[in-house]
Design a protein around this ligand. Structure first.
Ligand SMILES: Nc1ncnc2c1ncn2[C@@H]1O[C@H](COP(=O)(O)OP(=O)(O)OP(=O)(O)O)[C@@H](O)[C@H]1O
Ligand SMILES: [Mg+2]
Ligand SMILES: [Zn+2]
Length: 584
């Protein structure tokens, strides 16, 4: 006999064989017992967790010929049951909406629905991937659902129930399926392995279940592949190799380098993985999951049911969680999630991954700006780089200050009172939009590893990022700009008239441009858009005009409490004072 894939061979044939969907099977069985049959059902949930399976069992239950009426325990051997199982019943029609999504099919279905079932009690339509049905087809379906003939039943299986029109949903009974629990998947895999004479230890089963990621079918398909490639003895290692996953001990190792701020070791570890053939996107996906589990272990404890991992992995998550604060872990997850997103559409995936991990290594030493400015003793003080063994973050004594700290609120108020204030940003490339009418650019001393001061490279970065963000018109316009970098300000001159420049360079574009230039330069950069067309007419309009010579403005900036605080904390110097009032 031809080899039948495990997922089909072990498709449950009775409600009681279905795992992890008790809330659905119980309700359906009760309803059948009481002969309360609906005309429309929606089964929704992730892929491979039993939606189609339950639709078929329900169809068997409704049409089983061994019983006088619909029965919660279909016999499985009568003509109807056998045909439903084989997918050949005339009265149980499965339509895959992903391929038959047209209105024609539904029209046909409406026609056919007018006739009585050929042999069985009900004419049952199972619409798989129902969210793919077109609106027009749904409308046709709605007509039937509004006044359903007594012998007609629709069952819709979908992973995206929100895409099914409300008018349809409100006429159906909706069951939402649960992701199958890790332990349940492992149990099912173990029992199938035993029936198939496959040797698979607990760890191997755990790796299969993890790779299945809540989907019973995916776990079974991977088991099929593993048997095909590795034979009847399955090992964790072999399965990992097959799906390209790394052991989480490697991720634990990586987190250890983060804990010790050991950038070089982290890079070497990544290098080893890439050399071994790990793909950056796949790796970062695993890493994100790992970090998420650690954060959960930190917040809810390693025994939390929110964690769907093996006992070994729980212990590991607990171990790693101990080494970091909750805030750190949340930040780590955020950093790696962003890195993962960026990797998705980037050319140099590996560099993004490396950068992400470097950010992680240093994240513990970067404090929220408000904390620093308000002078509050931070709960997670920056780690001293020279004593990296210091693992769990604890508050370090802050140097005594003589002046009382100015709260950010207070500083803001004072700034507003003067109609004048500094612009600054977190360490990092994002420069906030100026809020006041004049701005002093407080620039922190340049980091030792300043990347580039090349205006062309900054412009290139801006164009790339604008393209990535789908700002194509602006990107095209800027691609033809001339760039000049001076005193932390990148001036881009474009050929368009001033009004056009104003129109194109929306706040969002400005924000992206500032961030991109900052990224290329390795420090905060302010981008200025200038109209070259107007300049030729002798009336150049700058969007923000530096007035660095204005001595009055400079001294007012120097007096500003927030600027003073920046100087005190970071040794910042005032480079340029920009008067935004000259804009209008
Ligand atoms: N809850 C479950 N209990 C036992 N086996 C299951 C369960 N869910 C899925 N399976 C296994 O996975 C196979 C596929 O399940 P099924 O076709 O019902 O998934 P589905 O939810 O309809 O997925 P999709 O959204 O991809 O269509 C089944 O044949 C069965 O072997
Ligand atoms: Mg299905
Ligand atoms: Zn039967």
């Amino acid at each position: 006999m031809a080899y039948q894939v495990l997922a089909r061979k072990y498709r449950p044939q009775r409600f009681s064989d279905v795992i992890g969907q008790d809330h659905v099977t119980r309700t359906l069985k009760n309803a059948i017992e009481q002969q309360r049959i609906a005309h429309g059902y929606i089964f929704s949930g992730h892929r491979g967790i039993g939606k189609t399976t339950i639709a078929r069992i329900l169809a068997m239950a409704l049409n089983c010929r061994s019983a006088e009426q619909p029965t919660p325990e279909p016999c499985g051997v009568c003509d109807s049951c056998v045909e439903v199982r084989a997918g050949s019943s005339v009265d149980v029609i499965e339509i895959d909406a992903a391929t038959n999504r047209g209105i024609d099919e539904i029209r046909e279905l409406r026609e056919a629905a007018r006739y009585r079932p050929a042999r069985d009690r009900y004419k049952i339509y199972i619409l798989d991937e129902a969210h793919q049905i077109t609106d027009a087809a749904f409308n046709a379906l709605l007509k039937t659902l509004e006044e359903p003939p007594s012998h007609i039943i629709f069952m819709m299986a979908t992973t995206a129930p929100e895409d099914i029109p409300q008018t349809i949903r409100s006429r159906c009974q909706h069951f939402s399926f649960h992701a199958v629990k890790f332990d349940d998947i492992v149990g099912q895999l173990a029992s199938i392995a035993a029936k198939e004479n496959i040797q698979a230890d607990e760890q191997a089963l755990a790796v299969l279940a993890e790779a299945g990621d809540g989907s019973m079918r995916d776990a079974l398909s991977i088991m099929d592949q593993a048997i095909a490639c590795c034979g009847t003895t399955l090992t964790a290692e072999g399965i990992r190799g097959l799906v390209g996953n790394i052991g989480s001990e490697v991720l634990e190792e990586l987190m250890d380098t983060v804990n010790r701020s050991a950038s070089e070791e982290a890079l070497r570890l990544l290098d080893r993985l890439m050399t071994e053939g790990q793909n950056p996107a796949h790796f970062s996906r695993q890493f994100v999951r790992f970090l998420r589990n650690i954060l959960v272990a930190k917040v809810a404890g390693e025994q939390s049911p929110v964690l769907q991992i093996s006992a070994d992995e729980r212990a590991r998550a607990g171990r790693v969680a101990q080494q970091f604060s909750e805030e750190d872990l949340a930040r780590f997850l955020q950093i790696m999630l962003r890195t993962h997103d960026e990797i998705g559409y980037r050319q140099e995936q590996r560099f993004h991954l490396e950068l992400g991990v470097m950010k992680l290594v240093h994240a513990q030493r970067i404090l929220p700006l408000e904390q620093i400015l308000s002078g509050v003793t931070p709960s997670a003080a920056p780690k001293n780089v020279s004593s990296p063994s210091n693992s769990s973050p604890r508050p370090e004594p802050q140097p005594q200050r003589t002046k009382p700290a100015v709260s950010p609120f207070e500083a803001d108020r004072q700034r507003k009172d003067r109609g004048f204030g500094p612009e600054m940003s977190e360490p990092g490339p994002v420069t906030p939009e100026p809020t006041s009418s004049a701005t002093a650019v407080a620039v922190a001393p340049e980091p030792a590893a300043s990347k580039t001061e090349d205006a062309g490279i900054m412009l290139g970065q801006i164009v790339t990022e604008l393209e990535n963000a789908e700002h194509r018109t602006v990107a095209d316009t800027l691609a033809a700009a001339t760039a000049n970098f001076e005193n932390g300000v990148l001036t881009l001159t474009v050929a368009q008239p001033a009004a056009m420049v104003d129109l194109l360079m929306s706040p969002e574009v400005k924000r992206l441009a500032n961030a991109a230039a900052g990224k290329a330069a390795g420090r905060n950069v302010r981008v200025n858009f200038v109209s070259g067309a107007a300049a030729k007419n002798g009336s150049a309009t700058q969007i923000a005009r530096p007035v660095s010579n204005g001595a009055g403005a400079r001294s007012r900036a120097a007096d500003d409490p927030v600027v003073r605080r920046m100087q005190e904390k970071f040794g910042a110097e005032i480079r340029t004072v920009i008067d935004h009032r000259s804009r209008n």
